[in-house]
Design a protein around this ligand. Structure first.
Ligand SMILES: N[C@@H](CCC(=O)N[C@@H](CS)C(=O)NCC(=O)O)C(=O)O
Length: 210
Protein backbone atom coordinates (compact mmCIF):
# COMPACT_ATOMS: atom_id res chain seq x y z
CA UNK A 1 0.00 0.00 0.00
CA UNK A 2 1.57 3.24 -1.03
CA UNK A 3 0.90 6.95 -1.41
CA UNK A 4 0.41 8.61 -4.79
CA UNK A 5 1.64 12.18 -5.06
CA UNK A 6 0.35 14.28 -7.94
CA UNK A 7 2.61 17.20 -8.64
CA UNK A 8 4.94 19.06 -10.94
CA UNK A 9 8.55 20.15 -10.79
CA UNK A 10 9.19 23.16 -8.57
CA UNK A 11 5.58 23.44 -7.42
CA UNK A 12 3.95 22.83 -4.04
CA UNK A 13 4.41 19.08 -4.44
CA UNK A 14 8.13 19.64 -3.69
CA UNK A 15 7.67 19.92 0.07
CA UNK A 16 5.43 16.83 0.17
CA UNK A 17 8.00 14.87 -1.82
CA UNK A 18 10.71 15.92 0.66
CA UNK A 19 8.64 14.93 3.69
CA UNK A 20 7.66 11.55 2.20
CA UNK A 21 11.33 10.87 1.45
CA UNK A 22 12.50 11.89 4.92
CA UNK A 23 9.82 9.66 6.46
CA UNK A 24 10.87 6.77 4.22
CA UNK A 25 7.30 6.43 2.95
CA UNK A 26 6.44 4.22 0.03
CA UNK A 27 5.00 6.44 -2.72
CA UNK A 28 5.00 7.09 -6.38
CA UNK A 29 4.99 10.43 -8.12
CA UNK A 30 2.52 11.18 -10.90
CA UNK A 31 3.34 14.21 -13.09
CA UNK A 32 0.22 16.36 -13.15
CA UNK A 33 1.05 19.93 -14.08
CA UNK A 34 -1.72 22.52 -13.79
CA UNK A 35 0.18 24.67 -16.30
CA UNK A 36 1.01 22.48 -19.25
CA UNK A 37 -2.24 21.07 -20.59
CA UNK A 38 -2.37 17.68 -22.27
CA UNK A 39 -2.40 14.36 -20.51
CA UNK A 40 -1.02 15.61 -17.19
CA UNK A 41 -3.65 18.33 -17.01
CA UNK A 42 -6.46 15.86 -17.75
CA UNK A 43 -5.09 13.55 -15.05
CA UNK A 44 -5.11 16.38 -12.53
CA UNK A 45 -8.65 17.36 -13.51
CA UNK A 46 -9.87 13.90 -12.66
CA UNK A 47 -8.16 14.01 -9.25
CA UNK A 48 -8.58 17.57 -7.98
CA UNK A 49 -11.44 19.62 -9.41
CA UNK A 50 -9.61 22.76 -8.25
CA UNK A 51 -6.85 21.83 -10.70
CA UNK A 52 -4.08 22.46 -8.23
CA UNK A 53 -1.11 20.52 -6.92
CA UNK A 54 -0.10 19.06 -4.57
CA UNK A 55 -2.70 16.32 -4.32
CA UNK A 56 -1.93 13.22 -2.29
CA UNK A 57 -3.80 9.94 -2.44
CA UNK A 58 -3.43 8.05 0.82
CA UNK A 59 -2.94 4.26 0.88
CA UNK A 60 -6.61 3.85 1.86
CA UNK A 61 -7.73 5.84 -1.21
CA UNK A 62 -8.54 9.10 0.60
CA UNK A 63 -7.56 12.17 -1.38
CA UNK A 64 -5.85 15.06 0.36
CA UNK A 65 -5.30 18.49 -1.14
CA UNK A 66 -4.07 21.65 0.67
CA UNK A 67 -0.36 21.59 1.33
CA UNK A 68 -0.48 22.65 4.99
CA UNK A 69 -3.03 19.95 5.86
CA UNK A 70 -0.94 17.36 4.02
CA UNK A 71 2.22 18.38 5.90
CA UNK A 72 0.51 18.27 9.29
CA UNK A 73 -1.02 14.90 8.47
CA UNK A 74 2.29 13.39 7.36
CA UNK A 75 4.05 14.69 10.46
CA UNK A 76 1.37 12.95 12.56
CA UNK A 77 1.47 9.57 10.85
CA UNK A 78 5.28 9.47 10.74
CA UNK A 79 6.08 10.61 14.30
CA UNK A 80 9.50 8.93 14.20
CA UNK A 81 10.57 11.46 11.53
CA UNK A 82 10.14 14.16 14.20
CA UNK A 83 8.97 16.82 11.78
CA UNK A 84 6.60 18.80 14.03
CA UNK A 85 6.19 19.68 17.71
CA UNK A 86 3.64 17.24 19.17
CA UNK A 87 0.14 18.54 20.10
CA UNK A 88 0.45 20.44 23.38
CA UNK A 89 4.26 20.53 23.21
CA UNK A 90 6.31 23.71 23.37
CA UNK A 91 6.39 25.40 19.99
CA UNK A 92 3.23 23.73 18.65
CA UNK A 93 1.18 26.95 18.64
CA UNK A 94 3.92 28.88 16.86
CA UNK A 95 4.38 26.02 14.41
CA UNK A 96 0.66 26.01 13.54
CA UNK A 97 0.61 29.80 13.34
CA UNK A 98 3.34 30.13 10.71
CA UNK A 99 2.33 27.06 8.74
CA UNK A 100 -1.18 28.45 8.39
CA UNK A 101 0.16 31.95 7.78
CA UNK A 102 2.18 30.74 4.82
CA UNK A 103 -0.68 28.68 3.40
CA UNK A 104 -3.45 31.21 3.92
CA UNK A 105 -1.63 34.45 3.19
CA UNK A 106 1.46 33.72 1.13
CA UNK A 107 0.51 30.69 -0.97
CA UNK A 108 -2.90 32.16 -1.78
CA UNK A 109 -1.29 35.07 -3.68
CA UNK A 110 -0.25 32.58 -6.37
CA UNK A 111 -3.91 31.86 -7.04
CA UNK A 112 -3.88 35.40 -8.45
CA UNK A 113 -0.59 35.35 -10.35
CA UNK A 114 -0.78 31.74 -11.61
CA UNK A 115 -4.02 32.48 -13.47
CA UNK A 116 -5.11 36.13 -13.08
CA UNK A 117 -8.02 35.57 -15.46
CA UNK A 118 -9.85 33.85 -12.61
CA UNK A 119 -10.04 37.15 -10.78
CA UNK A 120 -10.38 39.63 -13.62
CA UNK A 121 -11.39 38.67 -17.12
CA UNK A 122 -9.83 41.53 -19.09
CA UNK A 123 -6.15 40.70 -19.81
CA UNK A 124 -5.40 44.43 -19.66
CA UNK A 125 -5.77 44.21 -15.88
CA UNK A 126 -3.59 41.13 -15.35
CA UNK A 127 -0.24 42.92 -15.02
CA UNK A 128 -1.66 45.02 -12.24
CA UNK A 129 -2.95 41.95 -10.40
CA UNK A 130 0.37 40.13 -10.73
CA UNK A 131 2.26 43.20 -9.48
CA UNK A 132 -0.10 43.51 -6.53
CA UNK A 133 0.40 39.85 -5.62
CA UNK A 134 4.17 40.27 -5.77
CA UNK A 135 4.08 43.33 -3.51
CA UNK A 136 1.91 41.44 -1.07
CA UNK A 137 4.36 38.51 -0.98
CA UNK A 138 7.27 40.81 -0.20
CA UNK A 139 5.31 42.42 2.62
CA UNK A 140 4.32 39.02 4.04
CA UNK A 141 7.90 37.69 4.06
CA UNK A 142 9.05 40.86 5.80
CA UNK A 143 6.30 40.63 8.40
CA UNK A 144 7.32 37.05 9.16
CA UNK A 145 11.01 37.99 9.20
CA UNK A 146 10.30 40.69 11.79
CA UNK A 147 8.22 38.41 14.00
CA UNK A 148 10.13 35.15 14.25
CA UNK A 149 12.56 34.62 17.09
CA UNK A 150 16.16 33.96 16.05
CA UNK A 151 16.81 30.20 16.41
CA UNK A 152 18.20 27.42 14.28
CA UNK A 153 14.79 26.82 12.72
CA UNK A 154 11.50 28.71 12.63
CA UNK A 155 10.38 26.96 15.80
CA UNK A 156 13.37 26.17 18.00
CA UNK A 157 16.29 23.93 17.18
CA UNK A 158 14.68 21.08 15.29
CA UNK A 159 13.77 21.16 11.61
CA UNK A 160 10.04 20.75 10.97
CA UNK A 161 7.79 20.52 7.93
CA UNK A 162 7.31 24.28 8.37
CA UNK A 163 10.97 24.93 7.57
CA UNK A 164 10.71 22.74 4.47
CA UNK A 165 7.54 24.61 3.45
CA UNK A 166 9.20 28.03 3.86
CA UNK A 167 12.36 26.86 2.08
CA UNK A 168 10.29 25.69 -0.90
CA UNK A 169 8.42 29.00 -1.07
CA UNK A 170 11.66 30.97 -0.89
CA UNK A 171 12.42 29.66 -4.40
CA UNK A 172 9.25 31.21 -5.76
CA UNK A 173 8.67 34.85 -6.66
CA UNK A 174 9.93 37.31 -5.39
CA UNK A 175 12.81 34.83 -5.64
CA UNK A 176 15.90 33.79 -3.80
CA UNK A 177 18.00 36.90 -4.46
CA UNK A 178 15.35 39.18 -3.01
CA UNK A 179 14.77 36.77 -0.12
CA UNK A 180 18.47 36.54 0.78
CA UNK A 181 18.82 40.30 0.94
CA UNK A 182 15.58 41.16 2.69
CA UNK A 183 14.94 38.23 5.03
CA UNK A 184 18.29 37.46 6.61
CA UNK A 185 17.02 35.48 9.61
CA UNK A 186 14.68 33.39 7.50
CA UNK A 187 17.33 32.92 4.85
CA UNK A 188 19.73 31.43 7.40
CA UNK A 189 16.99 28.99 8.44
CA UNK A 190 16.24 28.12 4.83
CA UNK A 191 19.91 27.44 4.13
CA UNK A 192 20.12 25.23 7.21
CA UNK A 193 17.01 23.36 6.05
CA UNK A 194 18.44 22.88 2.57
CA UNK A 195 21.59 21.41 4.08
CA UNK A 196 19.53 18.39 5.18
CA UNK A 197 20.66 15.67 2.73
CA UNK A 198 17.15 14.57 1.71
CA UNK A 199 15.87 18.13 1.34
CA UNK A 200 18.99 18.95 -0.70
CA UNK A 201 18.37 16.02 -3.04
CA UNK A 202 14.66 16.73 -3.56
CA UNK A 203 15.24 20.47 -4.03
CA UNK A 204 18.05 19.87 -6.52
CA UNK A 205 15.57 17.87 -8.59
CA UNK A 206 12.84 20.51 -8.35
CA UNK A 207 14.74 23.78 -8.51
CA UNK A 208 17.39 23.24 -11.13
CA UNK A 209 17.59 26.84 -12.25
CA UNK A 210 17.31 28.77 -8.97
N1 LIG B 1 -4.21 25.94 -1.32
C1 LIG B 1 -3.40 25.08 -2.13
C2 LIG B 1 -2.72 25.91 -3.22
C3 LIG B 1 -2.03 25.05 -4.23
C4 LIG B 1 -1.54 25.83 -5.44
O1 LIG B 1 -1.87 26.99 -5.64
N2 LIG B 1 -0.71 25.16 -6.23
C5 LIG B 1 -0.22 25.76 -7.45
C6 LIG B 1 1.11 25.15 -7.85
S1 LIG B 1 2.40 25.58 -6.72
C7 LIG B 1 -1.20 25.44 -8.56
O2 LIG B 1 -1.65 24.32 -8.65
N3 LIG B 1 -1.51 26.46 -9.38
C8 LIG B 1 -2.42 26.33 -10.48
C9 LIG B 1 -3.75 26.93 -10.17
O3 LIG B 1 -3.93 27.58 -9.13
O4 LIG B 1 -4.64 26.77 -11.01
C10 LIG B 1 -2.39 24.34 -1.28
O5 LIG B 1 -2.00 24.89 -0.24
O6 LIG B 1 -2.00 23.22 -1.61
Amino acid sequence: MSFTLYGAEGTGSTCVEAVLDIAGADYHFVPASPFEGGEAFERLKSINPLLQVPALELPNGTLMTESAAILIYLSEIFPEANLAPKPGAKGRATFLRWLTFLAANFYSTYAISDKPGRFYEDPAGHDMLVKGALARRRALWQLMEAQIKPASFIVGDTMTVLDIYAAMMSHWSPGRDWFRTNCRTLNAIVERTEAHPVVARVFARNFQSN
